[in-house]
Design a protein around this ligand. Sequence first.
Ligand code: ADP
Length: 153
Amino acid sequence: MQTTLVILKPSAVQRNLVGQVIARFERKGLQIVGIKMVHLTESILEEHYSHLRDKPIFRRIADSMMVCPVIVMAIRGLEAVDVVRNLTGPTNGRYASPGTIRGDLSNSVQENIVHASDSLETANIELNRFFNKNEIFNYEQLSFANIYAVDEV
Ligand code: ADP
């Protein structure tokens, strides 16, 4: 089982899409093991988007992430990192395939509804960035046997 980090960005919160986006993950059979609302800060965004920090667009991206609080989620499942990235779709919502979250709900490269960790290593770093240990829960998913075959887990 993998646990990955998802952020429902201000574009989701402001457009009242939070419930719809969370429902996508639930519908897929993924387990929500952590969830909270936080207002991101400049320093956390400099860490989180360190790969963009030296680019001129960083200022605009960071400002857009601080427009209002966001929802951070820890999501668990078999190969959850790739499953969630595939559900999310590529960065630019205009070109993301219909059926993906960005493809269905975004028309922008910046205002693209969700962030999802891009590797297991990144997921672990990002989960630690946004959650305390006691905010991520281990609990039995009662539908587990209906989501995966025994030889898959
Ligand atoms: P992803 O979120 O798909 O992993 P990146 O890590 O490359 O993509 O970028 C982080 C976020 O920065 C994107 O989700 C998007 O909101 C924003 N972003 C990336 N590239 C651009 C761009 N060219 N113009 C505006 N915003 C961008």
